[in-house]
Write a protein that binds this ligand. Structure first.
Ligand SMILES: Cc1ncc(COP(=O)(O)O)c(C=O)c1O
Length: 389
């Protein structure tokens, strides 16, 4: 699973350097004599852009805010329709509503991500943006989705918060479309405690994000910060040097995290493949998924619930499905749609296809600290439970 498992001496050393080399400067800007040339937020953005092969990276305080700013940068305004999916974290829809835009939420398919057919059916004259979410490590069907988006000339913002490190057709997921966002919160592949990133290859989108997240500062190199130029008002969503220091150490661990995820998931899946009672989620790029979660489903929810009772009693964990489904499935969000007329009276029935799939599904977290042998043992224990159903 995530970077929090591997927080240790490398992160501690990076943090100590802030005090040992840079006199404890925690602000991303200014303090020129004290910081001794180190700008850790900028270094983190640069390292990320080099690794992810995208021209522009903007660090922010969270993935939620990264999405909010990216949507503004992509021209989303109050009243515009933004299409996303029913299975996602609440943040995706919260950020749309925060702008005053209208969330148009479509069902998921057997990838547990946006169903491209449902997407196409949901497009109207008012559609301003499409946000596919790469849920639990599996990239959405991006070729299909981008094909539709191109045909209708609608930009795409990828939510890569749950798939940092996955690739699709050889490129990092999150860098495939017009822009992408990542979260660096406590539960993500790499973490800075809280934090987010906006990535793109579009200089205009990046310029807006950079300025908006920092009160409009243009960071004009010819002027001191107190005299800086500005053309748009913004807010403060700046990352601190402490977060970036941890991020630098975590980013160096990304390849290891992903490699162990894949080894461990494969070890578990190989054992569970022997069962004819479960069906695995369709992975769009089997070779390059993040592999931090194994999702499978049963023929019906009764069988699934029987399994879950025994699985949980045995002391095993699930990841979001079903333990935190209330935060990840729009059909449970009784608080979200009071001011969204299209869903005010139908939020609990609107996504029956997704509900039908999620109600008979189980998501198992894959941990980096487990060994492949441990995963095989866990697989055998799960097989014994499956045999009793
Ligand atoms: C799919 C998805 N989008 C957005 C977010 C929001 O990220 P953050 O917690 O950094 O605000 C999350 C975090 O859980 C997420 O899973």
């Amino acid at each position: 699973m995530p970077g929090f498992e591997l927080i240790g001496n490398e992160e501690r050393a990076e943090l100590n350097e802030i005090f040992d080399q840079s006199n404890g400067v925690l602000f991303a800007h200014g303090f020129i004599p004290q910081r001794n040339g180190r700008y850790r937020v900028r270094e983190f953005e640069k390292s990320f852009s080099e690794k992810f092969k995208c021209s522009h990276v903007q660090a922010t305080t969270s993935g939620t805010i990264a999405q909010y700013i990216a949507m503004l940068a992509m021209g989303v305004k109050a009243g515009d329709e933004v299409i996303t999916q029913s299975f996602t974290f609440v943040a995706t829809v919260e950020a749309i509503i925060a702008i005053g835009a209208v969330p148009v939420i479509v069902d998921i398919d057997d990838t547990y991500n946006m169903d491209p057919v449902a997407l196409e059916n949901a497009i109207t004259q008012k559609t301003k943006l499409i946000i596919p979410v790469h849920m639990l490590g599996n990239t959405a069907d991006m070729e299909y989705i981008q094909g539709i988006a191109r045909r209708f000339k609608i930009p795409v913002l990828e939510d890569g918060c749950e798939a940092l490190g996955a690739k699709y057709r050889g490129k990092y997921s999150g860098t495939l479309a017009d822009a992408g966002i990542f979260s660096l919160d406590f539960a993500k592949t790499i973490t800075t405690g809280e934090g987010g990133l906006i990535v793109s290859n579009n200089a205009e989108i990046h310029k807006f994000c950079r300025e908006f997240h920092d009160h409009g500062h243009e960071s004009n190199p010819a002027l001191p910060r107190g005299r800086d130029t500005r053309t748009i008002p913004g807010l403060n969503f700046r990352m601190t040097e402490m977060q970036a220091a941890v991020g630098l150490a975590q980013l160096r661990k990304l390849d290891t995290i992903v490699a162990i995820n894949r080894r461990n998931k494969q070890a578990l899946k190989e054992v569970l493949k022997r069962s004819d009672k479960i069906k695995f989620r369709r992975i769009t790029d089997d070779h390059d998924e993040l592999a931090d979660t194994l999702i499978f489903n049963f023929e019906n929810d009764k069988l699934c619930n029987n399994f879950l009772k025994k699985y949980l009693v045995a002391g095993f964990l699930t990841k979001n499905v079903p333990d935190a489904i209330d935060w990840h499935f729009a059909g449970t969000w009784n608080h979200m749609f009071k001011n969204v007329p299209s869903y005010r009276d139908s939020w609990d029935t609107a996504w029956s296809k997704s509900a039908q799939l999620l109600n008979r599904s189980v998501a198992i977290p894959i941990f980096v600290k487990d060994s492949a042998e441990k995963m095989q043992e866990r697989g055998e224990a799960i097989m014994r439970i499956l045999a009793t159903l």
